[in-house]
Design a protein around this ligand. Structure first.
Ligand code: F6R
Length: 241
């Protein structure tokens, strides 16, 4: 595992964007595994800026996202599809037909998950998977658990996640109760993994995940066993090590 220490959030975003940009230049038809959340917003902004300057070309890139809420339409501002479109896809020349997320509107969970595993396989697997890190060590929606779930699966969101998401929705009832997520196996099969982490509030989990024992109680700890992981984290996130 390689750890790149950056000064702050902006520096983290630029360095991580550099690695993604290098991947696209080395293999223009690459498959990028993408993430939502607040951490990657700055790096997506940077990629858009480089694209607008003519330094990056997404025309042959395929993307597969980590996760999506079950029951939200693509037009819903809280859907991860909306997020990706808003933060990246609509600003660059990526072919929308080559952007994939689990189908949040598929009510049959088994079908949604089997279909998504099929998509990841059909595109030839993931060249570079981008990950954020949850405060409890989750990656995607793989929450602490007593075993590592391998394939794409449907998760029941915990009451604390539902409560935390409440502020984004009209009512408590409107908050999604489930999500589809890539499993640990899908993530670990990626040829390269790039983890971005920022902020002092992540310092404790960075220490546990990357320097503690490998356990499904800290899902990100499994990344210690992957042969090609790069963590780009700012000083604050690395302050615990
Ligand atoms: C995002 C995702 C999540 C986030 C994680 C960190 O697609 O699956 O695992 O990466 O919750 O979120 P932020 O970056 O908001 O701290």
């Amino acid at each position: 595992m390689k750890i790149i220490k950056t000064k702050d959030y902006q520096d983290m975003s630029r360095k991580a964007a550099n690695l993604i940009s290098a991947q696209i230049m080395m293999k223009p038809e690459c498959v990028l595994g993408l993430a939502t959340g607040s951490t990657p917003v700055g790096l997506y902004r940077q990629l858009v800026e480089w694209y607008q300057k003519g330094d990056l070309d997404f025309s042959k890139v395929t993307s597969v996202n980590l996760d999506e809420y079950k029951g939200l339409t693509r037009e819903n501002e809280q859907s991860y599809y909306y997020f990706m479109n808003d933060n990246l896809f609509q600003h660059v020349n990526i072919d929308k037909k080559r952007t994939h997320l689990p189908d949040g509107m598929e009510p049959d969970s088994d079908k949604a998950c089997t279909d998504y595993n099929g998509i990841i396989e059909a595109v030839g697997g993931i060249d570079l998977q981008l990950l954020g890190l949850g405060h409890n060590g989750h990656i995607g929606f793989n929450e602490p658990c007593d075993h590592f779930e391998l394939g794409t699966h449907c998760v029941d969101l915990t009451e604390s996640t539902i409560q935390a998401n409440r502020r984004f929705f009209e009512s408590y009832e409107a908050v999604p109760r489930q999500a589809y997520t890539m499993g640990i196996g899908n993530i670990m099969k990626a040829r390269k993994i790039l983890v971005v982490v920022s902020g002092e509030d992540k310092a404790e989990i960075v220490k546990k995940a990357f320097f503690g024992p490998v356990t499904p109680q800290v899902p990100a700890s499994i990344l210690q066993l992957h042969p090609d992981v790069c963590v780009v984290a700012d000083e604050a996130a690395l302050s615990g090590i």
